[in-house]
Write a protein that binds this ligand. Structure first.
Ligand SMILES: Cc1ncc(COP(=O)(O)O)c(C=O)c1O
Length: 399
């Protein structure tokens, strides 16, 4: 039985706390928190009940790969936060990306993507999609002319992060959506860096918003998850393929995702504030060559970011003077953040992308990919702003 007091709408925090959990979900032992429904299969009382299920008269579940009440509650919460019609969850962000591209791009099809992006996404696009005859045109996130030229071909979809990884470039989502839709191409935005607290791609015109739930949504650096939100029709083939490929979200992981999302607005607000303060502070620091943060006026897409984001995110990238060695020394001197990949948890994390993600590449290959040796990606957690800044200053004093 659903809760008659279930809020229909409300602000970000109200939806983050209550969304997906007060309406529709089965009430078990009057437990307030959504239970972890630890089962691989679901049973039917008789053949008639199974027939009723098949024909939509008996709402239930059938088999773990096709759905689970805990997973559904997590999907419903995110769907409400993004303001979408349907949500598909997956075992990781990469499972969401790979399944979406395989489901929505036809054999020998064409996609457009952007230069700055998570390296495994790029790897999938460059090494796996060509096996299906799928071609990709890569454009700069803000190069609208290049996008228009790319769309002269029949294009299935435009796929980009916004903000991007690691330079935090911003895509003008309404403009890109207008151009793509006029040519019949769908727009998919990986909004892992932004979260629905800072940016709502569907409201800006995107067809699908994608998340690595491993990051801010789950928010505690303790679980892998992925999710897609969009229309029921667009996501139907993705849902179908996920049921075949099998990279679905486990109920335990779904529970952690669900619990993490309750504090999403609070955590993201704090991470935004930390990152903004750090970006402003470092921009004035003599040992910092350049700061990349969409909330800075010096950012090339600052105006676009202001128009489509309500907060600028918890990740700041910056270049340390003068070189690779000084940057490594600075990273080693930091006391608060862990040296680790990922972002979006309570703990601040730091990495030198040249070492963390691109160590297998030669300096020339890194330069070609735009990964500078002195680049640092600093992912703010929810620690106190003053402590993070004092820690950055003492580490910069050591080089
Ligand atoms: C922007 C972005 N998208 C997708 C992914 C992949 O997500 P996952 O690690 O959950 O597979 C990552 C991982 O870092 C990411 O940064």
């Amino acid at each position: 039985m659903s809760d008659p007091k279930a809020p229909q709408r409300g602000g970000d925090s109200t939806r983050a706390v209550h969304g997906g959990e007060r309406e529709g979900r089965p009430r078990v032992s009057d437990a307030l928190s959504t239970p972890i429904v630890q089962t691989s299969t679901f049973w039917f009382r008789d053949t008639q009940e199974l027939i009723d299920y098949q024909e939509g008269r008996h709402p239930s579940y059938e088999y773990g790969r096709y759905g689970n009440p805990t997973t559904q509650a997590a999907a419903d919460k995110l769907r409400e936060l993004e303001g979408g019609e349907a949500c598909v969850t997956s075992a990781s962000g990469m499972a969401a990306i790979t399944t979406l591209l395989l489901a929505l791009v036809p054999r020998d099809g064409h996609i457009v993507t952007t230069t700055d992006c998570y390296r495994r996404t790029r790897q999938f696009i460059v090494t796996v999609l060509p096996k299906l005859g799928i071609e990709t045109t890569v454009v700069e996130p803000s190069d609208i002319d290049a996008l228009e030229r790319a769309l002269e071909r029949e294009t299935a979809l435009f796929f980009s992060e916004s903000p991007t990884n690691p330079y935090l470039r911003v895509v003008d989502i309404p403009r890109v959506a207008g151009l793509c839709h006029a040519r019949g191409a769908r727009v998919v935005i990986d909004a892992t860096f932004a979260t629905p607290i800072n940016q709502r791609p569907l409201e800006l015109g995107a067809d699908v918003v994608l998340h690595s739930g491993t990051k801010y949504l789950a928010g505690h650096n303790d679980v892998m998850a992925g999710a897609l939100v969009g229309s029921t029709e667009t996501l139907a083939p993705v849902r179908e393929l996920l049921g075949i490929m099998g990279s679905v979200l486990d109920p335990h992981a779904a529970y952690l995702l669900l619990r993490g999302m309750k504090s999403l607005a609070l955590r993201v607000g704090r991470a935004n504030a930390n990152a903004s303060a750090i970006a402003l502070h470092l921009e004035r620091h003599p040992k910092i060559e350049r700061v990349h943060y969409p909330g800075l006026e010096s950012h090339p897409q600052y105006k676009i970011a202001r128009a489509q984001m309500s907060g600028f995110g918890g990740v700041v990238s910056f270049e340390v003077t003068p070189d690779f060695e000084a940057t490594a020394k600075f990273v080693d001197a930091l006391q608060i953040p862990y040296i680790a990949p990922s972002f979006g948890g309570c703990e601040s994390l730091v990495e030198q992308p040249a070492v963390a993600s691109y160590w297998d590449k030669s300096p020339e290959e890194r330069a070609e990919l735009g990964i500078k040796d002195n680049l640092v990606r600093y992912a703010c957690g929810i620690e106190d702003t003053g402590d993070l800044i004092a820690d950055l200053d003492q580490a910069l004093d050591r080089i």
